[in-house]
Write a protein that binds this ligand. Structure first.
Ligand code: TYD
Length: 130
């Protein structure tokens, strides 16, 4: 099983819900970068790459989207829609993000700064480096 999810505690009261994420406390790495995607058209497929070193947590903080995970041996499809659930994606995992709902916002917590040299964007190369 490739899928590894983290469920974050919901601090809820009559005012609503608050979720807190702390590096090395409720996720397993130091957060060097945060980015998010929104306004993604329905037919778009994002991602289509793996990382040599980068670890990430994906949280769909609004709407829903699907993530394809591929470790070169198995593929899994994960639906993200819970605002307090993070999908961990380690290094050497091919990922594709698709089926974004209209209001989808996908938040990503990343263990490293942006570095194009950490990307493998060619599927054959991904398979060959495993
Ligand atoms: P891209 O890698 O195509 O996104 P995805 O893999 O989700 O489809 O990134 C889109 C653009 O944003 C590209 O020009 C690189 C840039 N970018 C940054 O500048 N910093 C970042 O942290 C990320 C993830 C992308």
């Amino acid at each position: 099983m490739i899928e590894r999810k983290f469920e974050f505690e919901e601090h809820g009261d009559s005012r609503g819900t608050l979720v807190s994420i702390e590096q090395l406390n409720n996720i397993p790495f130091e957060i060097k970068r945060v980015y998010y995607m929104y306004g993604t058209n329905e037919n778009v497929v994002r991602g289509k790459h793996s990382h040599k070193n980068l670890k990430q947590i994906l949280i769909c903080i609004s709407g829903s989207c699907k993530i394809l995970l591929d470790n070169g041996k198995e593929k899994e499809e994960v639906l993200l829609y819970k605002k307090n659930e993070g999908l961990y994606i380690g290094n050497n995992i091919w990922r594709e993000m698709f089926d974004f709902s209209e209001e989808a916002v996908l938040l990503v917590l990343a263990s490293e700064y942006y570095n194009e040299n950490d990307y493998i964007r060619d599927y054959e190369m991904f398979i060959n480096t495993l």
